[in-house]
Ligand binder design. Structure first.
Ligand code: NAD
Ligand code: UDP
Ligand code: UDP
Length: 324
């Protein structure tokens, strides 16, 4: 491919779980990728095999500060995603979503770049409508412990749509539902990583509440396919669009599957349900099917079996040691 044909693509949060998969996909498609990340939850290990590629560049930078670069497209993923990480410094979490969005939108405005926002199912809060479709406005606590993330992401969506309406920016907003796969941080406290690490270590599986709350889990490859398809939709299509796997499971069912697939001797233990923990979550993906001709292909059983070896390698190599 000639240099002039390579798209220059900025991925913020590119050293994180989803960002690293996205960078790999964009490089494989012959693009020139700039990965911007402050390495708060991301790690260079996730992008190690891209570091020698001349069309891949890593920049350590915090998106709450302005960024002046020349690019054709922007994927804005920078933001800690797991409750443990986004609640560590909640003020910084809101700043990352809000100031990060302003800076990336300002950049997109100056260079006339198409810009994608990694939004979240958390904009629906603890939903009163099931499954959730994009026209549902949500049920979010503004002052709870999840609010820094939920309201930050909601405000980022507002900014995206106002930059679109007021200044004509070419925006794409994807609302991501729970996603799992290799490169997840083993200590990020999310349910899939916690359960697999606990099962592989034959430690008790920590089910919060009675485990009857539901989530819908999407395998990472399916999600990245959705990102790329959404970015390629015609300019008139902005979203917001739900992207996730509509297969819905209780947390208890997930625990049982993980025990089965790891052959673990772990037992379930039940701990307090964190406050504001949504009871049900499942995407209505009709819009993504219609506008992007997309639906997930990897079922939960298959996806777990692809994910377990990644955590197994982290534990057996000693790259990750589970705290006592
Ligand atoms: P992650 O924590 O692995 O990745 C986030 C990345 O952003 C990390 O590399 C982190 O270091 C970086 N980052 C955080 N704050 C930053 C800042 N101020 N400046 C620059 N970089 C910063 O999480 P992920 O699962 O890969 O999530 C990526 C995006 O997708 C996030 O915006 C998240 O809200 C969204 N999302 C993810 C899920 C999911 O299930 N994984 C669900 C909904 C939404
Ligand atoms: N910005 C940036 N990179 C750019 C252009 C803008 O980081 O290439 C930031 C800058 O900090 C600015 C913000 O984006 O404050 C919003 O830009 P916009 O043009 O919307 O508004 P401004 O604040 O410049 O009036
Ligand atoms: N959860 C659990 N045990 C864990 C971690 C999480 O039972 O060790 C539950 C959590 O209470 C929530 C669900 O699993 O109901 C999904 O949690 P996660 O943090 O992965 O994502 P989110 O709550 O943001 O959907």
């Amino acid at each position: 491919m000639k240099n002039s044909q390579r798209k220059k693509i900025l991925v913020t949060g590119g050293a994180g779980f989803l960002g690293s998969h996205l960078c790999k996909r964009l490089i494989a498609e012959g693009n020139d990728v700039l990965c911007v990340d402050n390495l708060f939850t991301g790690t260079k290990d996730n992008i190690l095999d891209l570091m020698d590629n001349p069309y891949f560049e890593f920049m350590r930078h915090d998106v709450t500060f302005p960024l002046y670069v020349e690019v054709d497209e922007i994927y804005n993923l920078a933001c800690p995603a797991s409750p443990v990480h986004y609640q560590y410094d909640p003020i910084q979490t809101t700043k990352t979503s809000v100031h990060g969005a302003i800076n990336m939108l300002g950049l997109a405005r100056r260079v006339h770049a198409r810009i994608f926002q990694a939004s979240t199912s958390e904009v629906y809060g603890d939903p009163k409508v099931h499954p959730q479709s994009e026209d549902y406005w949500g049920h979010v606590n503004t002052v709870g412990i999840r609010s820094c993330y939920d309201e930050g992401k909601r405000c980022a969506e507002t900014l995206f749509f106002d930059y679109h309406r007021q200044l004509g920016l070419d925006i794409k907003v994807g609302r991501i539902f729970n996603t799992y796969g290799p490169n997840m941080h083993p200590a990020d406290g999310r349910v899939v990583s916690n359960f697999i690490v606990q099962a592989l270590s034959n430690k008790p599986i920590t089910v919060y509440g009675d485990g009857s709350q539901t989530r819908s889990f999407c395998y990472v490859d399916d999600l990245i396919e959705a990102f790329v398809r959404l970015m390629a939709t015609p300019e008139g299509f902005t979203g917001p669009v739900n992207i996730g796997n509509p297969g819905e499971f209780t947390i208890r069912e997930l625990a049982e599957k993980v025990i089965e697939f790891t052959g673990s001797s772990s037992e379930l233990i039940f701990e307090d349900l964190p406050s504001d923990d949504p009871m049900q979550r499942c995407p209505d993906i009709s819009l993504a099917k219609k506008e992007m001709d997309w639906e997930p292909k990897v079922a939960l059983d298959e996806g777990l079996k692809k994910t377990i070896p990644y955590f197994d390698e982290l534990l057996t190599s000693g790259k990750y040691v589970m705290p006592e």
